[in-house]
Design a protein around this ligand. Sequence first.
Ligand code: KIV
Length: 280
Amino acid sequence: MSSERVTTAYFREAKREGRPITMLTAYDYPMAKLVDAAGIDGILVGDSLGNVVLGYGSTIPVTMDDMVHHIKAVARGVSRAMVVGDLPFLSYHLSRAESLRNAGRIIQEGGAQAVKLEGGREIAETVQAMVAAGIPVMGHLGLTPQSVHQLGGYKVQGKDEAAAKKLIDDAKALEEAGVFALVLECVPAPLAKMITEMLAVPTIGIGAGPHCSGQILVTHDLLGLYGGGGPKFVKRYASLHEEIARALAAYREEVQSGAFPGPEHSFGMPEEVLAGLARE
Ligand code: KIV
C-alpha cells in the first residue's frame, strides 16, 4: 500500500478497477491515528459526532464549531487517508454564500480534504457551487439522519417504486453536480447495486449491501464501544465496552484494596535525603 495521500482520483480509479474503498469515522486524534495506520482509505468526521461522542440523541444539535474542532484533531493524526468533514444541520441551506463559507471552514480551518452533505436534487446547485470553488464534495442519500423528523425515524429508504425512483433521480443529480463519491445509507441492496452500476462515481455503502464501491461504518459501532446491539448492518469486530468496563472496575478494586500503586509504579528517594528530613 502506498503511503501517498488518498485523493478523489484514488476514489475514481478504485471504482474503475473494482478495488473496494474502505472508510470509517473518527472524531479525535488517537482514533484518527489508529484508523489511518490500519490503511483505511477515507476517514469521515461525521456529524454522528453528536450521537457517539457528544451524547446527543441525534445529529441535529451539532454545530459548525463542533465539527471544525473535531476535524482539526482528526486531521492532525492522519497522513494517508482522505479526511472528509460533515457539514452539519442547516449549515448549507440558508444561502449560497453561507454554504460556501461553511464548506470552506471545513477545508481551510479544519484541514479536511473534502466535505460531505446530505440531500438530493434540492441541494445540487449548492454542490455545484462548492465544486466550482475547488471543494471536493461527497453526497449522502437514503437515510439522511439530519432529516430524521421528516423521515419519521431511522428506517430503510427507497423500498417502494416511487421512493426508489426518487433515489435514482437524486443520485443522478448529485453526480451531474460534481460529487466525487456518494454515501448510500440504509438502502435495499438491489437498489444500491443499481445506483452503483448507473454512476461513474463510487458509492460508499452503510447498510446498503455488498455491491457498493466501498463501505463505511461508525468506528464506535465496529469496536463495540457501546453495550447492547446496534443496527442490523453493523458488524462488531471487537467488544471494547466490556473490555473497558472490566479494566475500570479492576482499577477501582485495586485502589480500594491498596494493590495499586505497587512499588513498580512509585518513585523512591535517596536514603540520606530521607534521613535528613527525619532529623528536622
Ligand atoms: O455522520 C456519519 O457518521 C455518517 C456516516 C454514518 C455515513 O454520515
